[in-house]
Structures are given as C-alpha cells and as structure tokens.
Write a protein that binds this ligand. Structure first.
Ligand code: ZN
Length: 96
C-alpha cells in the first residue's frame, strides 16, 4: 500500500465559501456589531481561514494499492481528510 498526501476537494470549497461569507458578514457587521465584537469576529474568521490554508495542501491522506494476488485482481483506495473528516473509498476485487 502507498500513502500520499494531497489537497482535499471539500476543504478547498469550504475556504472559498468562508472567504465569501466573511466579506458579506464584514460588510454588514461593521454597522450592526459593536467594535470589539466586530474585531473579535473578524480575527476569529481570518485565523480559521489561515489555519485551513496552511494545512489544506496536504490534509487529505490517500492510501492505495493495486495488483494481482493469487487468482484475484484488487484495487484498494481510501482517502481521509484530517481537517474536515471527508472520506472516500473505492475497492475492486475480481477473480481472474
Ligand atoms: Zn477536507
């Protein structure tokens, strides 16, 4: 089995959505929140996005193998993201 690390497709989408949400919220929040609350909210959101950006390029572990074992052909693949928990797996076992 081989293990690689790559970018999680769900986290990439999550970051885009969070950045978009942040822009909308900040545009409105400046008028509705108190200044301290606004600054804390903005910093918290920016920290979370920064944290995700730092780990995003390698948050998805991929473990896979392919080959013939006796009279069977096997493909085994499993991916799991350490940031968001996204999982994907694919397995094939065929008699040959
Ligand atoms: Zn993820």
């Amino acid at each position: 089995m081989i293990t690689d690390y790559t970018k999680c497709p769900k986290c990439a989408q999550n970051i885009i959505e969070k950045e978009h949400k942040l822009k909308l919220i900040l545009a409105q929040a400046y008028q509705t929140m108190g200044m301290e609350e606004f600054i804390a909210y903005k910093e918290n959101m920016e920290d979370e996005i920064q944290h995700q950006k730092e780990y995003e390029p390698s948050s998805l572990s991929e473990c896979y193998g392919i080959g013939i074992d006796g009279n069977t052909f096997k493909i085994s693949y499993k991916a799991k993201c350490m940031l968001c928990g996204f999982e994907y797996s694919y397995n094939v076992v065929k008699d040959i």
